[in-house]
Design a protein around this ligand. Structure first.
Ligand code: PBG
Length: 326
């Protein structure tokens, strides 16, 4: 008898059978849209290396987020592009900084219909392009940076953010932010920590989107993780949960599916994964040449991130997938 061979085929026979036994079900509720808002522009500006992604004006951001809420998306994450950058990244904590204004706009316009997250970092706001304050010797000063992150968290909380998402990979950042929020009676503001964030070559298009160039051809390897390692990710993730993170993130996504799976197995907080700019750009670039079916690859990739164990996926495909999954 050919019993085992037949069994494997039987449940793949029709679309309805395949739907019935599918282990992974990607839905709109799984998705978070990363959005950029830029100070001092009158029209949305396309980001050349991220086809379909723009730097929004306050007004176009408001419209976009209202449409995403109508599509059922549960959350967005905001990144600001300030007009002026300086050594301290002062725009990040300015009450009238672009992200703070955008958070207020969304809160006023949409109330609690959609979760408003804000990336919490300095690199979009510093003239040297690093995620923290830089010493005269040119290295990032971890502990001085924590004080700045606390100020940014308070500014975002005052504007009405639901979730602060620290992405700078400074040691102790979650505790510093949690304590600052609690001291100012912002206990309701949650923290999504970019805990296992690798020094990846896949962030290039993002740096175009936020106009960031690291001074002197530098890189972030002294604070982001080495992509040869996985055990240190578990230390980072556990440390952030211990410091009070409500959710933790692995980033990028596809090159780190093993990290997502381990995180899911060993932790009990929601796990997010960030399908980053380079991952998105590669799909588009190959699809434009007609080499792959971009829509199919997008669905396959984001489903794989969920299958690996992510509860939440941040992706530039969020709007497209939300429309496709209606
Ligand atoms: C830092 C930050 C980065 C991304 C999100 N937050 C860039 C970096 O660490 O260099 C990258 C996201 C992407 O590539 O889509 N504020």
């Amino acid at each position: 008898m050919s019993f085992p061979q037949q069994r494997l085929r039987r449940l793949r026979r029709t679309p309805a059978l395949r739907r019935l036994v599918a282990e992974t079900r990607l839905g709109v509720d799984d998705l978070v849209a990363p959005l950029f808002v830029r100070e001092g522009i009158d029209e949305p500006q396309p980001v050349v290396s991220l086809p379909g992604v723009v730097q929004h004006t306050r007004e176009s951001l408001r419209r976009e987020v209202a449409e995403l809420a109508d599509l059922g998306l549960p959350a967005v994450i905001l990144f600001g592009v300030p007009e002026h950058k300086d050594a301290e990244g002062s725009g990040a904590s300015d009450p009238d900084g672009i992200v703070q204004l955008a958070i207020r706009d969304l809160r006023e316009g949409l109330g609690d219909r959609i979760v408003v997250m804000a990336d919490l970092c300095l690199d979009e706001y510093t003239d040297h392009g690093h995620c923290g304050l830089v010493t005269s010797a040119g290295t990032v000063d971890n502990d001085a940076t924590l004080e700045r992150y606390a100020e940014v968290a308070i500014a975002q909380a005052l504007a009405g953010v639901d979730v602060c998402a620290p992405s700078g990979m400074m040691d102790g950042q979650v505790l510093a932010i949690r304590e600052a929020l609690d001291d100012e009676a912002f206990e309701q503001v949650a923290v999504l920590a970019y805990s296992a964030k690798y020094a990846s070559a896949l962030y290039g298009p993002f740096r175009d989107a936020v106009d960031v160039e690291i001074v002197d051809g530098g890189d972030r390897r002294a604070y982001q993780q080495d992509w040869r390692n996985v055990r240190e990710s578990m230390e980072e993730l556990r440390a952030d949960v211990g410091e009070g993170a409500d959710m933790v993130m692995v980033k990028p996504a596809l090159t780190y599916l093993d990290v997502i799976t381990r995180a899911r197995a060993e932790l009990d907080v929601p796990i997010a994964a960030y399908h980053v700019s380079g991952e998105y750009a590669m799909v588009h670039a190959a699809a434009e040449r007609g080499w792959i079916d971009g829509d199919a690859v997008a669905l396959e990739q984001i489903s794989a991130v969920k299958r690996a164990g992510a509860d939440v996926v941040l992706t530039y495909f969020a709007r497209h997938l939300a429309e496709a999954l209606q």
